[in-house]
Ligand binder design. Structure first.
Ligand SMILES: *Cc1c(COP(=O)(O)O)cnc(C)c1O
Length: 424
């Protein structure tokens, strides 16, 4: 086969190397396609069951009272994720905001929050008050406890049982590894942990940070006992089309409190104009299972390419996937930078810029980021980032289509070859 990427600057040797790896991944790709097929049917059923029609796409402004489309979209999310209720809004600005709303709506002064899976995502440290911050939960008298994972990423059940006290109001479980080097948790494993926590305290509220996990497996954490699942629409469930937004799905009483926190007590879910965004939110959700499948193929391909070149990859190419994130440890600054340059050079937008490391607030080392996305900051689109400290790991995710994710990986490999870091 002729190299279709020659005009983009990918050599015949790099292309051929990629094709050889790809030939070994056909079974994995078939599994990913089978998952997308199941999840596509699930989303379609939720749309049909709720009788979505053209009237749902009308724009509302101002208060947004009686917004039929907004209500339908929330019913579709609830049906698809198997929950009583859903709050899906462009007024939720990002994943951190959605998580902050879910936590602050359901924790009152004197309550305690427990993370039984170690340190939460970086931005939640300020939400919780692990790093002092104005308006953190800590400032409002909510305390926090954390139980770290045991070696092998196992739950420390003895310590968790001891940490759950009458004060423990909520449990937060992060599905994806974030910037940690642990594995991400499967929905099944999350279900076991929730069952254990509920055995210790039946009325404890279990929330799952579902970022990057949607549609990767057949079920969502809400289908194995989570009272709330929370995520961002510029990741998996927005399907690349949502320009902004977040969701909180779960028990009716808990989601309703989230709506009061997001808008105002007394107003809740009744206000919030859709500003004409509903077609993208509906259509993005419809496309999300196939978009996620493309991103997953890209992650598996990246793992296969880089593990065969001797780099440590997390997870390995043959491992079960629980989210769309792929980490590759390059071991050197040059390796990490070359990889990110390749991802940037493959972008449909801003492909001509060179990613430069910078000292990002909240990080203890410089960070390099590569992204050229249609939606700014969208990480369901092809993107990569990594802190410039050992082990110089790149965290890679997204790709709106499998072919684009593939181009990104081939381009990253080309940059590594050009910099004489690897040979193919
Ligand atoms: C992305 C992410 C968040 C925060 O989302 P933002 O949209 O960046 O605020 C929280 N938790 C996890 C696991 C994430 O991946």
């Amino acid at each position: 086969m002729k190299n279709p990427y020659a005009a983009l600057g990918i050599s015949d040797a790099v292309y051929a190397f990629g094709e050889k790896k790809l030939a070994q991944l056909q079974d994995r790709f078939a599994q990913i396609d089978a998952m997308a097929e199941r999840n596509q049917a699930k989303v379609l059923h939720a749309l049909q069951e709720n009788r979505v029609d053209a009237a749902c796409f009308a724009a509302t402004t101002g208060y947004g009272y009686n917004d039929v489309g907004r209500e339908k979209l929330e019913q579709v999310y609830a049906a698809c994720f198997g929950t009583e209720a859903a709050l899906v809004r462009p007024q939720i600005t990002c994943g951190t905001h959605a998580l902050a709303v879910a936590l602050s709506a359901n924790l009152l002064p004197g309550d305690e929050l427990l993370s039984p899976v170690g340190k939460p995502y970086d931005t939640l440290e300020e939400v919780i008050g692990i790093r002092p911050s104005p308006c953190s939960l800590a400032e409002y008298g909510v305390t926090y406890r954390q139980i770290d994972l045991l070696p092998g990423d196992c739950f420390d059940y003895d310590a968790i049982a001891k940490a759950i006290t009458p004060k423990t109001k909520m449990i937060t479980i992060q599905r994806s590894k974030g910037y940690a080097t642990r594995l991400s948790f499967s929905v099944e494993k999350i279900g076991e942990l929730i069952a254990f926590c509920k055995k210790c305290k039946p009325d404890v509220i279990c929330m799952v940070d579902n970022c990057y996990g949607e549609f990767v497996q057949e079920r969502e954490p809400s289908e194995v006992g989570a009272d709330l699942i929370v995520g961002s629409l510029i990741k998996n469930p927005g399907g690349g089309l949502a320009p902004i937004g977040g969701y909180i799905c779960g028990r009716e009483d808990l989601v309703s409190r989230c709506a009061f926190r997001l808008s105002a007590p007394g107003l809740g879910q009744e206000v919030g104009a859709n500003l004409g965004l509903l077609p993208s939110l509906f259509q993005g959700f419809f496309l999300a299972p196939t978009v996620v499948a493309g991103a997953l193929k890209g992650a598996v391909f990246a793992a296969a390419v880089y593990e065969s070149l001797g780099f440590r990859v997390i997870p390995p190419s043959n491992a079960e996937r629980c989210d769309i994130i792929q980490a590759v440890e390059f071991g050197t600054r040059e390796g990490l930078l070359a990889f990110c340059e390749g991802i940037q050079a493959a972008a449909p937008v801003d492909s001509y810029v060179t990613p430069i490391p910078w000292a990002m607030p909240g990080y203890d080392s410089e960070v390099v980021m590569a992204a050229g996305a249609f939606v700014q900051g969208s990480s369901i689109e092809l993107s990569a980032d990594g802190p410039l400290r050992p082990p110089f790991a790149a965290y890679f995710q997204g790709g709106l289509t499998w072919y684009h994710a593939k181009t990104g990986i081939l381009m990253s490999l080309q940059k590594m070859v050009d910099a004489k870091i690897v040979e193919v």
